[in-house]
Design a protein. Sequence first.
Length: 130
Amino acid sequence: MLLAALVSLVNAVPALVAPDAIASLYGVTLDRQTLLLGQMLAASYFGYAAINWTTRDASELRSRRGIAPGNLVAWAIGCVLWTYAAASGLTNAVGWIVVGLSVVFTLGWAYFTFADRGIESRTTVASATR
């Protein structure tokens, strides 16, 4: 969760402070409305950063099981949208870098959502039978 918090924060700060400059990296120009939407997106990244940072050492299984699927859904939807944007020419080649990052984080959160549950449940069952 620490890495996810840092990546979210690294995305949030520049997008909130200088959304035009960030959009130009992707070959996108912003009008006033899309500038505001970009800053609102940056605000949500701050929220993800805060959630992931404050729960990075959470040992309570119920908390972790709620946080991982939330991140998975956000990254997976973002991955689909970025793939569409890059494939349809809405961004320049830099957009494919974000697609790659989105795929990595989607797979990571999928692991923590699904595979990690199987490992924890087997560990819990083994501990209970001792």
